[in-house]
Every structure is written in structure tokens, then in C-alpha cells.
Design a protein around this ligand. Structure first.
Ligand code: DLL
Length: 457
């Protein structure tokens, strides 16, 4: 089903005209109402009136998460708080959350766009849609919730976690659609098998998965285990959350809601524009957002765009699945984690040495985050309760910074192999060591990514 054919199937020339009009409006809106954007545009010597064509977007300064962090919580907003009806947040590279805000109009647009994405995937009235994204500060749960409701499907707002309850509701209600991260879908299937649930006989027919990369292999495994068709949808909090793009039933890329978003793909090193079909960093400008317009936002996500018409009838450009990022952000059980956040916590711990290894493994189909930490001799005592208390206090500190429980393993000084050869500099100045080439999500419990940070010290 095409939720809004008027826009989703618009002639591209008319779409581009609409984009230009909206780009001009957004640029003026941001310049006039956001102290941050006015300062940045003044610095760059560009005024809203200089935007005369879509290509002129390149005259505007690039922004990224650091701008949101520096102005946190509300410094980039273009509306006063009494016109902001909702805030969400996403974890930032330093552990400082990035706060985003929505006006009443923004919530309405967001709902429209998530409705489009859900309808494109195949959600229909009559579907029972079980939500397994968290209802909290992150955008996954609430964003898709309203779009699904708008379609007229029945939403089951179960939220994240409590897997047993998810399974029993799926059986009792006859849930037809699951909304979650792909890794949670696999985890759920595995837990169902362990609990003796006849998973293939569940009524699930469709999965709306997003929030993290999903390999073809993982997708095939989810489809086989849960007996559903898996679709991918993409988004990021800074731009709005889910609703940026989603796969249609042709499964040939993710249609981007271009009437509300202007996309560029640039060379991540030089920020020079790349042609259609070339993979580069996705840069997004919002065209209709009121509370927090973002101009030329560097997503750090790598993708390529394809404007060719799609068999579904939509004319909206398709982006290829995001498999990699330009930075070292890791996504663990749907939570964004930067090695720099972990490093910042460990650096404060007395008795910890500056060598550690982050291991992300797949255990029982769920990402497992382990932090192996070299500690001083004094910590490695024979007194078990003391070591356990130390371990737990590190895990607690990591949890409060990351919003995620990591298992902590203490190792003797020198036990962690020092990074060599493939070490890369990360934003925090630490060295990241990636083992085994391109990280690939697998379900066999193989190490997905191993980062050895800090080759110095
Ligand atoms: O993950 C929003 C979202 C929730 C999208 C639910 C889809 C479904 P953030 O927490 O701000 O927002 O994380 C955004 O996650 O820049 C990508 O690196 C990654 N990401 C999101 N969707 C996908 C996807 C939400 N389908 C960051 N494939 C983005 C690959 C994805 N990566």
C-alpha cells in the first residue's frame, strides 16, 4: 500500500521544485530563529537568499552531532520551549546525550513519515503489530508507534525487553507484525525455541526492522526462524528518528521521504559531492522541521542513492542499506555505543591500566558487550569478593554511561595484545583495532568486532 501517493509518486521535477521551496523556507526559518544557525551562516558568509537552486545547499555549512552536543540541551532549537511538545535523546560520542525536540507540526510530520514507511513494508489495517523498541528517550518506539496507529493497524505497545511476555502475547493475540531491531528478532526466535514455543507456527508474517545494520545472512535467518518477511527501515534521532527511509515490498533499497528531507552523498574525507550510485557519507537537510531543523547533517552512515523508478510506483530515491559508518560507533542491542564513552569511564577508575579490549559477540542471538580490562596487581588479589566488587563497580559505571550492561573481565597487566598493523585513529585519539576485516553480524557467536583501544601507555 502506498500511504501518500501524491507525494510518494510525485514526478521528480515537481518534487525537486517542492524541495527547493522548502529548502528556502527552512534556511530562512533556521537563520531567523536559531542562534546557532545564524552564527554559522554568518561565519560562512551565506544568507538564506543565496539559496536559489537545490545545488546551493552546498553553500550552507555542514553540521554534525558535535554541534548538538555543544549546544545541548536546547541551544540549536529554532522554537521556544513553549512550542516544543516532545523531546527525545540519543547517546552521543562522549556519553553526553544529544537532545532533539519536536513541535506539534513535527510530530504530525513524523507520524506521516513513519506511516509511509510502515505501509511500504506492508503493514495494513487489521494487522496486530507488536512493538519491541523501547518507549523511552530513544526515538524507535514512539516514532513508529504513531505511524502504525495512523495506518489503522492495531499496535501492541509492549516495548523493549521481557522476552517471555513478548512470546506469550504473540501466541495469545496472534501478532502478525514484529517491530524491533534485527538482533532482537533473532534473540526472540532463539528464546522461543528454548522455551518450547512452536515459533514457526506463530502468526507473524512481517517484520519491520531497523536501528542497526542487518546483513543479508542475518535477514535470511530471521525470515527462516520467524516465518516472516523482513524489511529494513532507517532513521536517526537527530533528523527525527525512524521514518527517514524504508523498504517497499520490492526490497530493492529504502525509499527516502524526499519531500521532507534533502539528501546528499559526499566523500567522507573531503565532503565533495558524489554522483548517484557512488557510496559515500549521507548528509541530510530537513525541509519541514520546525523545532529542530538540521542543515546538512553529517550522519556518518555510508550509503549510495538510486533515483531510478521502482516497480512499486514510488518515485522517491532509494538508498542502499547502511552497513557501515565512517566513525567507530558500535550499535549493541540497538543502543549506540562509542568506544570513547567506554574509555572515558575506564580512565576514571583507580587500579585500571590504560589497556582494554571491547568485544562484541553474539550469544544466544543477542549482542553481548564485554569489556576486558587490564588492572594493577593490587586489584588482582586472591580475595574473590574484592575482585567481584571491583568488577561490579566498573560494570555499574559503564551502565550508567552507556545505558547498557556490559560484562567486565579483569585481566593481568600485559594480557591484552597491543594493537598493531591495522590500528586506526578514532575521534577520541585512541587507536581502534579491527580484527577480521569488515565487521559482520553473524548468529553463530563469532566475534563481530574487536576493538583494541589505546595502543599507547
Ligand atoms: O536508531 C532510529 C531508528 C529506530 C531507526 C528504529 C529505525 C528504527 P539513533 O538511535 O539516533 O536512531 O541511531 C541512528 O543508527 O545513524 C545508523 O548508524 C543506525 N541505523 C538506524 N537504522 C539503521 C538501519 C535510530 N536500518 C543510527 N540500518 C544511524 C543500519 C541503522 N543502521
Amino acid at each position: 500500500m502506498i500511504w501518500n501517493p501524491e507525494y510518494e509518486c510525485m514526478e521528480r521535477a515537481a518534487l525537486q521544485e517542492l524541495q527547493l521551496r522548502r529548502l528556502q523556507m527552512t534556511t530562512s526559518w533556521a537563520y531567523e530563529r536559531s542562534v546557532y544557525y545564524r552564527a554559522r551562516m554568518d561565519e560562512a558568509g551565506v544568507r538564506p537568499r543565496d539559496v536559489r537552486s537545490l545545488d546551493d545547499v552546498r553553500r550552507l555549512p555542514l553540521t554534525d552531532e558535535s554541534a548538538l552536543r555543544q549546544t545541548s540541551p536546547f541551544g540549536m532549537f529554532a522554537l521556544p520551549l513553549d512550542e516544543v511538545v516532545r523531546v527525545h535523546s540519543s547517546s552521543g560520542a562522549t556519553g553526553e546525550p544529544v537532545v532533539v525536540g519536536y513541535s506539534r507540526g513535527d510530530i504530525n510530520t513524523w507520524t506521516e513519515l513513519t506511516a509511509r514507511v510502515a505501509a511500504a513494508a506492508g503493514v495494513k489495517p487489521g494487522d496486530l503489530v507488536q512493538m519491541a523498541f523501547p518507549y523511552g528517550m530513544s526515538t524507535g518506539g514512539w516514532g513508529l508507534h504513531y505511524g502504525i496507529e495512523r495506518i489503522g493497524a492495531t499496535i501492541i505497545p509492549a516495548g523493549a525487553g521481557r522476552t517471555e511476555r513478548h512470546l506469550s502475547m504473540m501466541q495469545d493475540f496472534g501478532t502478525t507484525v514484529l517491530v524491533s531491531t534485527p538482533s532482537y528478532a533473532l534473540f526472540l526466535a532463539g528464546e522461543g525455541e528454548v522455551a518450547g514455543v512452536d515459533v514457526p507456527s506463530l502468526k507473524l508474517r512481517l517484520g519491520l526492522f531497523g536501528g542497526e545494520p542487518c546483513s543479508d545472512k542475518m535477514k535470511a535467518e530471521i525470515e527462516a526462524k520467524l516465518g516472516l518477511r523482513a524489511t529494513d527501515n532507517y532513521g536517526l534521532s537527530e533528523v527525527m528518528g525512524p521514518g527517514v527511509a524504508g523498504e517497499c515490498e520490492c526490497a530493492c533499497g529504502l525509499h527516502v521521504n524526499e519531500d521532507h528531507l534533502l539528501l546528499e552523498v559526499v566523500d567522507p574525507a573531503t565532503a565533495e559531492p558524489l554522483a548517484y550510485g557512488q557510496e559515500g557519507e549521507l548528509v541530510i537537510t530537513t525541509l519541514t522541521k520546525e523545532a529542530l531543523p538540521v542543515l546538512r547533517y553529517r550522519t556518518h552512515d555510508l550509503t549510495a542513492l538510486d533515483p531510478a523508478p521502482c516497480a512499486c510506483g514510488r518515485t522517491l530515491v532509494r538508498m542502499s542499506k547502511v552497513r557501515r559508518r565512517t566513525d567507530d560507533m558500535l550499535i549493541v542491542r540497538g543502543v549506540n555505543v562509542f568506544p570513547a564513552q567506554i574509555e572515558a569511564v575506564l580512565a576514571q577508575i583507580e587500579g585500571a591500566r590504560p589497556h582494554y579490549l571491547i568485544v562484541i559477540d553474539r550469544k544466544q542471538n543477542a549482542d553481548d558487550l564485554e569489556v576486558r580490562l587490564e588492572v594493577e596487581e593490587s586489584v588482582m588479589t586472591d580475595v574473590m569478593p574484592d575482585m567481584l566488587a571491583f568488577q561490579n563497580s566498573v560494570a555499574d559505571k559503564l551502565q550508567s554511561a552507556l545505558g547498557l550492561r556490559a560484562s567486565v573481565t579483569l585481566v593481568e597487566s600485559g594480557a591484552i595484545e597491543r594493537a598493531a598493523g591495522m590500528a586506526e585513529r578514532t575521534a577520541g585519539g585512541a587507536a581502534a583495532h579491527t580484527a577480521g576485516g569488515e565487521p559482520e553480524r553473524t548468529s553463530g557467536g563469532t566475534v563481530k568486532r574487536v576493538l583494541d583501544l589505546r595502543d599507547q601507555g
